[in-house]
Design a protein around this ligand. Structure first.
Ligand code: OAD
Length: 244
């Protein structure tokens, strides 16, 4: 059994010799930025609300209970003051150094881009984009945050929808195709901060056929036994010890 330091050294060697790293991320990479994840003990899905949080972020709930949806969404999912952490920055640096094909993320917080990543496949959309459901007019996240109650379009009064994939909604085809192409071209896939239980996102890692599948996560995942290198640790114990 290798120690954490030995595993970090192995990861450094993999990164040093990699040419086309793809990072596959989930909510865990943003917890060090103060944004709770979903399924950890202090995650959003363990909150006591009038409705189960997992149901609140579903399409039928958005349509049937807009007031409760927006209250939860504005309070818990719009973290507009959050700043990228060392883990986001490390991934961005890999891309700048020409070592990474980009990030495939389930996150909707925009922190990869804020850290400097340019190629980001946002499987579940982004809170930073919002559109009128009738005329398609764009609205910023600040507009949503500052609206009272249900945000509506200034032009036609119709409701606005965040460009976020809710349960029961499909993922964007071009984004999925781009993510699959990147994963297929990767020689190293580093999966981090995700419980890997939400599909179709989690299934995309099966398209990887490169040299090293690395999985870094605090808790166990259903894909742990598939990893060539499994690092079960907090990111704050790993990324400060790595360099690009
Ligand atoms: P989860 O909350 O399911 O998983 C986050 C994982 O990150 C957990 O397994 C934690 O152990 C790990 N983690 C958290 N903080 C960490 C840290 N500082 N260091 C190391 N590991 C850490 O989040 P996701 O897998 O992203 O979808 O959830 C997937 C999807 O479920 C989300 O995109 C969202 C949600 O429903 C939609 O809203 C459509």
């Amino acid at each position: 059994m290798s120690t954490l330091d030995e595993k970090i050294s192995q990861l450094q060697e993999i990164i040093d010799s990699a040419k086309h790293i793809v990072f596959f991320t989930g909510a865990g990479v943003s917890t060090d930025s103060g944004i709770p994840d979903f399924r950890s003990q202090d995650g959003l899905y363990h909150l006591k609300y009038k409705y189960p949080p997992e149901e609140i972020v579903s399409h039928h709930f958005f349509v049937q209970n807009p007031e409760e949806f927006w209250e939860f969404y504005k309070d818990k999912m719009l973290n507009l003051d959050a700043e990228p952490n060392l883990t986001h920055k490390f991934m961005a640096e890999c891309e700048k150094a020409g070592k990474s094909l980009g990030v495939v993320t389930q996150n909707i917080d925009g922190l990869h881009q804020k850290a400097g990543s340019e190629k980001v496949y946002e499987l579940h959309g982004s809170v930073l984009r919002n559109y009128c459901t009738r005329c398609g007019q764009f609205y910023s996240a600040e507009y949503i945050k500052n609206s009272s109650g249900i945000p509506v379009c200034e032009k036609d009064g119709a409701s606005i929808k965040p460009d976020v994939v809710l349960y029961e909604e499909g993922l964007s085809d071009p984004v999925i195709r781009g993510a699959i192409a990147a994963i297929r071209s990767a020689d190293v896939l580093i999966v981090l901060g995700t419980s890997l239980v939400v599909y179709p996102a989690a299934g995309l890692i099966n398209y990887f056929s490169g040299k090293h599948l690395v999985l870094i996560n605090r808790d166990v995942t259903p894909y742990d036994s598939n990893a060539d290198l499994l690092i079960q640790a907090s990111f704050s114990d790993v990324f400060p010890k790595l360099h690009v």
